[in-house]
Design a protein. Structure first.
Length: 411
């Protein structure tokens, strides 16, 4: 037998051993993920849990379930990079049971009336980022402080269930991810129109391939037939499941490089890359048709604040306790049912959302001076221009006027 034939035979005999070794390694990793997830997921909330160790927190039962918070910010860019006044208009928690290979998703509506963590103030839950951002200590990253306040506000609302990590993304980033996989096929149940349901058609009704921009129009709209905030939350859940389902197919492997690149560029997370990969392996075991979805609900009420009647969603307390037990397997204490002095009111589905209000003063002085979340307008407005302008004007131009706070892109 020649040397070339011997080398060829040796390569043939080595390949099966290599493939067997790879399969065994993958099985070991999968087993560790399922049975010893603590190896890949540290203390819930990482350093945040140490910072608030005096706060009660339920420990995961047997560490079978990993709870990940998904935050969709209303800013056009990645949160924390340019604009301070972002709001997490989408707050979704995914409970992933690693042992069973199952998932449950629950949405907290953005207008939910909750106590903001670290304050005595009750406000909309999507304002929690702002409160944290403007309470950052000297030398502290305001964006990270805003995220911590948001996550801890979510955790307190959920009765102290553990949060093991988060993923956050802005609108443009989400559109980029959809475009990276060539769009998503979806059956749109009604026309999506601009100008809060009164303008031109942005997305037509019917089954179609949605690109990133169309997808964002669809999942963000809440006007008219699209069912308000509850309808929007439901569409976000179903669209996410549809995307997950399509990426699990054979074409998902081909699209993986572009998807990974888009995710790395647009998604902010505190979950390590190996843990994200292992969660992806777990995702292959999850049947999209069996993912259970939930949305917290309650009574809409108007309440006077800063001279305006603000619409809040006052969450039904007994339902809150029931959903937490169903999704996370933890029985939490039922709190006193909240109520506001204003009248009950239907959701203003076609009205433009109000700007962020200034936080109310703390009952006790904060040791760190806090800047106003929304600076007061210039007390000396620019005078009307002289009809006969001075031929020799002041060389220093007037500064641009302050931008309107917290704009929300057109639905």
């Amino acid at each position: 037998m020649s040397r070339a034939e011997k080398r060829k035979q040796k390569r043939k005999s080595t390949k099966p051993k290599f493939y067997v070794a790879v399969v065994i390694l993958l099985l070991v990793i999968a087993a560790l993920l399922i049975y010893v997830p603590a190896l890949f997921f540290g203390e819930p909330l990482g350093d945040v849990s140490k910072e608030v160790s005096e706060e009660p927190m339920h420990k995961p039962g047997g560490t079978d379930t990993i709870n990940i918070v998904l935050l969709g910010f209303d800013g056009s860019q990645t949160p924390g990079r340019d604009d301070a006044l972002y709001r997490p208009d989408t707050i979704m928690i995914a409970a992933l049971n690693l042992r069973e290979g199952s998932a449950k998703i629950v949405n907290i509506p953005r207008d939910s009336y909750v106590q903001i963590y670290g304050t005595e103030i009750y406000d909309k839950i999507n304002h929690s980022y702002m409160y944290g951002y403007y309470r950052a200590a000297e030398g502290e990253d305001p964006h990270q402080r805003g995220l911590k306040t948001t996550l801890l506000t979510v955790r307190n609302f959920l009765g102290g269930i553990p949060i093991h990590g988060y993923l956050s993304i802005g609108m443009d980033g989400a559109a980029d991810i959809i475009d990276s996989v060539g769009g998503i096929y979806y059956d749109v149940e009604a026309d999506v129109r601009a100008n809060f349901g009164q303008g031109r058609v942005l997305v037509e009704e019917g089954y179609q391939l949605l690109d990133g921009r169309q997808f964002m129009h669809y999942v963000r709209s809440r006007a008219g037939a699209l069912g308000g905030e509850r309808g929007r939350s439901g569409r976000q859940q179903q669209a996410l499941i549809a995307l997950f389902d399509q990426l699990r197919g054979p074409s998902g492997i081909i699209k993986a490089p572009g998807l990974i690149n888009a995710v790395m560029k647009n998604v902010e997370t505190d979950i390590s890359l190996p843990s994200l990969g292992l969660l992806g392996v777990t995702g292959l075991r999850i049947n999209p048709a069996e993912i259970e979805t939930f949305i917290f609900s309650g009574q809409g009420q108007l309440s006077a604040r800063d001279g305006q009647n603000i619409w809040y969603l006052v969450i039904n307390e007994s339902e809150r306790v029931e959903i937490i037990e169903t999704v996370f397997g933890v029985k939490v204490e039922e709190r006193t049912q909240l109520s506001l002095p204003g009248p009950a009111a239907p959701e203003p589905e076609t009205l433009e959302p109000e700007p962020l209000p200034e936080p109310e003063p703390e009952p006790e002085p904060d040791p760190v001076p806090e800047p106003d979340p929304e600076p007061d307008p210039d007390p000396d407005p620019e005078p009307e221009p002289d009809p006969d302008p001075d031929p020799d004007p002041d060389p220093d131009p007037e500064p641009d006027p302050e931008p309107e706070p917290d704009p929300e892109p057109e639905d």
